[in-house]
Design a protein around this ligand. Sequence first.
Ligand code: SAM
Length: 468
Amino acid sequence: MPSKYQADFINEQAINDCLARNHEISDEEFNAILTKAASAQGLSIDEVAKLLNIEDDARLAKLYDTAHQVKEKIYGKRIVIFAPLYVSNYCVNTCTYCGYSACSGITRKKLNMAELAEEVRALEEMGHKRLALEVGEDLANCNFDYILECIETIYSLKFKNGSIRRINVNVAATTVERYKQLHAAEIGTYILFQETYHRETYARVHPKGPKHDYDWHTTAFDRAMEAQIDDVGAGILFGLYDYKFEVLGLLQHAAHLEEKFGCGPHTVSVPRLKPALGVDLATYPYMISDNDFKKVIAIIRLALPYVGIILSTRESQELRDEIIRYGVSQISAGSCTGVGGYSEHVSGISAANTAQFSVEDERSPDEVILSLCKSGYLPSYCTACYRQGRVGDRFMALAKSGDIQNVCQPNALLTLQEYLCDYASPETVKAGEELIANELAQIKNENMRKLLINQLAKIKEGKRDFYL
Ligand code: SAM
């Protein structure tokens, strides 16, 4: 009997045909596609295929400019900051690219609740308000109740002015019942990377374990949405297969969710394959160059204008500083991909021996915030949308109307002010205060400006957690 969960919305033949028929793009077509993209109405799969095939510098420069404009139109200068928190690296899967693979020989570690509290304390002391909870898949060593207990513990902890206000969760594909439990635990976004949309490659790089099942994995968001989780976070691990195929696969996935649930993914992550224990990158023929990677990010911004695009510390500082211009709206900062890596108090095992893969941007959150402020970006620790019920299709409707700007911008300023008061270095305080003053001066709505000035003053007096 066919399973209820078949990922037949990913149509490989259609993707290959689409790439084949869109090899050429005239100047006229190129300009028409960019004009359409600039109005933030998204792009068809054929239009995206044409853009994926562009190579010349003049066209690429135009593409980047348009992606930058669309990002600013929807998200302004805000960049949301978060950190991943690895609580267990036990894993029964044998993903060929991953340091957590059951075959990798990595030191296994699962945090107990006291250790978790130390990790959260360390993250809060860096100023974080928003986490992505990460676990390997191993229900014997790390069962679902443990994951729920972690979420409850993290939300309950408060150190000085610190608190984690949003936990996004990256756990393996599971059942509707378990997604309901995650929803009841008040998670933010449910994140699951597809890794690759290409079936044959998927089977090869996931040779054993529950993750081997392409259909079960690829239909995870269907079950999550059936369980009333509104915000889902997609992702492709670039380097496993042809990037052009992957981007079209992502679009088919987004279109399927939109059609079935009225709302596509809330975020798209764009990890690139990096060195990890037991992984020989030379055996991956589809590694993506920096230039193609930039192009892909700009194209995703134009094709799915309302998604949050997430760039991790897998990428270097230089590349992150550049790529932020092409449509990224969320970045991690100060990340550690080992279990227990944030806290010196977690005893026994060095976190370096428990890492899933290596990171390239090793700056502290304060250094990242300073650099963003100096480049005119507005770092945001805002978590208001999901606490105010602005999720799923409600978020998308607000974003499409442009009204989201009127709440996100003030919330970003308020959370930046909290950061400056509680965690920032003197240099960051100076740069941040200047930025806030500049942004305030540009707010046209008199009442909004007055409200903000009042709330910013209260934050300086010690009050916390204002949001619209
Ligand atoms: N449930 C997830 C798991 O077990 O993979 C949780 C952790 S992990 C942060 C999430 C993602 O890291 C994976 O989905 C994969 O895309 C990515 N990843 C794994 N190995 C990687 C590598 N060598 N380089 C870059 N990213 C990698």
